[in-house]
Design a protein around this ligand. Structure first.
Ligand code: ZN
Length: 324
């Protein structure tokens, strides 16, 4: 999963420190990450590499001095930096990126949706030990840094002004928070818990078991997935599972079991994974505002998805392999 970057170590503890040329500069434009490709390999920029940007991106020392410390991965420090990215090309997919720039030795900066960026990783690199990918793609720690930095960048930007009095907020010097200098309102990072469930319909023998897969009809992720949804205020995770399943596919489940959880910066959430078994009627009643399709899949019918960064895809894969 995306946060499993061992032997590397993620340290999110807050530090009020300035950026240096060697530190990483995570830059975002809405839900797009800024990166560069050089010699067929993709990199996140360090500050020293921002020095090579055109003038339209802004003044280098100012960008570095205004950077906001985010986190540390095995001694590498990551900051949020805010150059003007309006003149850089948007790359739509892995194929487009490597077709357009993959063969060039020249350094080309580009923007890419973070959801597409995570798919730059190839199947072989799913089991990577944490060092940089072999096939010209980011490694798991890089994908994790891009997604986690994106979550923090969105939080900080969305708290630029006080929600109570509208005054421009400033970053705290002692903890990760945005503070209103007028009314004192403090905004801590926002993480939205969401539940995701592998619903299994047991057959007479394991080879007849089926899993429920659905497809979202919104957002940038449209592959087959598990039923998921945000936890409401006042609700337990388990209650959220039963409610979401009833709302989205009209089913009841039993034998609900906690699986694992993971940070999922792509939707600013913490995903809490469960497995459950169908209870009673297997008729799927889709909530069409959320889902475009849903169906029961035998293990052999489950599409082989190489992208196992998410707890949902890990559960789907383990079902396919007969482990759930
Ligand atoms: Zn205020």
């Amino acid at each position: 999963m995306i946060h499993e970057i061992e032997p590397e170590k993620y340290d999110p503890s807050f530090k009020n420190i300035p950026a240096s040329d060697e530190d990483y500069a995570l830059c975002y434009k809405k839900d797009q990450i800024f990166a560069f490709i050089e010699g067929g390999r993709v990199f996140l920029p360090r500050f020293k590499e921002l020095k090579g940007l055109p003038e339209s991106a802004g003044e280098y020392e100012e960008i570095k001095n205004n950077a906001y410390y985010l986190f540390d991965i095995s001694g590498r420090k990551y900051f949020l930096a805010e150059p003007d990215l309006s003149s850089f090309p948007l790359s739509e997919s892995r194929e487009a990126l490597f077709n357009d720039y993959g063969k060039s030795e020249a350094r080309t900066f580009f923007l890419m949706n973070i959801n597409k960026f995570r798919e730059l990783m190839t199947k072989e690199e799913m089991f990577h030990d944490g060092s940089l990918g072999a096939a010209g793609s980011p490694s798991v720690p890089m994908i994790f840094a891009a997604a986690t930095g994106g979550h923090m960048a969105w939080w900080k930007r969305s708290r630029s002004f006080c929600g109570f009095c509208g005054t421009k907020a400033v970053p705290s010097e002692t903890e990760r928070a945005m503070i209103c200098p007028k009314c004192g309102n403090i905004e801590y990072p926002k993480i939205s818990p969401a539940v995701i469930t592998a619903i299994i319909k047991r057959g007479r023998v394991p080879s007849e078991d089926r899993i429920l897969l659905v497809r979202n009809n919104y957002g940038s992720y449209r592959k087959l997935a598990l039923v998921a949804g945000f936890v409401e205020i006042g609700e337990s995770f388990e209650q959220a599972v039963h409610r979401e399943i009833a709302e989205e596919v009209g089913l009841k489940v039993k034998n609900l079991k906690y699986y694992k959880n993971q940070p999922w910066g792509l939707s600013y959430s913490q995903m809490i994974g469960f497995t459950a078994e169908l209870d009673g009627d297997d008729t799927i009643r889709l909530q069409e505002s959320e889902l475009s399709e849903g169906g029961w899949y035998l293990r052999e019918e489950v599409p082989d998805n190489p992208f196992r960064l998410s707890v949902g895809n890990e559960m789907i894969h383990r079902f396919k392999c007969g482990e759930l």
